[in-house]
Design a protein. Structure first.
Length: 255
């Protein structure tokens, strides 16, 4: 009888220990603040409004997902290249910056479920009537943003169409180079260029969208798997409850 009581007592104590451990783990998780790096000028995904607050699709999606999953984060707008560098040096836990999911990047990062399907277009100055397509680029300079899908696409057709590439860290500088005539054209993600034109950036698109990669939230490979899991679960939930469409419709005109 005493043995049976001892067994029961041990089981109760073990259960209490497990509950305490789980409680501590939950407290640790809920108390963590994740550092999320992002771009600075990639409208409509991230940009500053008239009050200098960072807004955009990525910013709103992250906020909605964090609220759904109950995790805390600190947003660090660094610029795309700096955001990736922060992730690789473990100064940031994750990156959301209109980051295309590619096989090369998947070797270094773990990506979330894709949250946006994009593509690439070529744009020229709104006053330019000489450039009508890729065939018009021979011997000319073409502007691209370092590390982007647009840069990758331009590099893939550079030899075929005989143009030179000029690299920029920020989209507005790239656009300005085209408007001043130093570069004949630039390559940019379709939703970004479409939004920019609607806001009067002085450019126009002259090609159809080339199918590109989808955007994903990224963490360093094997790092903070719980953050990636929460992002995926939260994304699924806001897609289901309509919040996802609400955010997209706020920044990108549909139809």
């Amino acid at each position: 009888m005493k043995t049976a009581k001892k067994i029961i007592l041990c089981a109760v104590v073990l259960s209490m220990c497990l509950l305490a451990a789980n409680s501590c783990a939950s407290a640790d998780k809920s108390g963590k603040t994740y550092i999320i790096a992002t771009d600075t000028t990639f409208a409509p995904f991230e940009f500053q409004d008239s009050s200098n607050n960072y807004v955009g699709i990525d910013i709103d999606l992250l906020a909605a997902i964090a609220a759904d999953q109950g995790f805390k984060y600190e947003l660090q707008p660094l610029g795309f290249s700096a955001a990736v560098a922060a992730l690789e040096s473990k100064q940031a836990d994750g990156v959301i910056a209109g980051m295309s999911i590619t096989e090369e990047r998947k070797a270094k990062y773990d990506f979330s479920t894709a949250y946006y399907d994009s593509g690439v277009v070529m744009a020229i100055s709104a006053s330019n009537s000489d450039i009508s397509g890729y065939d018009s680029l021979e011997g000319k300079k073409v502007a691209v943003k370092t590390g982007t899908e647009g840069a990758t696409f331009a590099e893939s057709i550079q030899a075929q169409y005989g143009f030179d590439l000029v690299y920029f860290d920020e989209s507005p500088f790239m656009y300005e180079d085209v408007k001043t005539g130093n570069s004949a054209a630039c390559f940019e993600d379709y939703p970004v260029m479409g939004y920019g034109i609607s806001q009067g950036n002085g450019l126009k698109m002259v090609t159809e969208m080339e199918r590109g990669s989808s955007y994903g939230f990224a963490v360093l490979k094997g790092n903070v798997p719980e953050l990636l899991d929460m992002f995926n679960k939260g994304l699924a939930n806001i897609r289901e409850n309509g919040k996802y469409d609400e955010i997209l419709n706020k920044y990108i005109a549909q139809g």
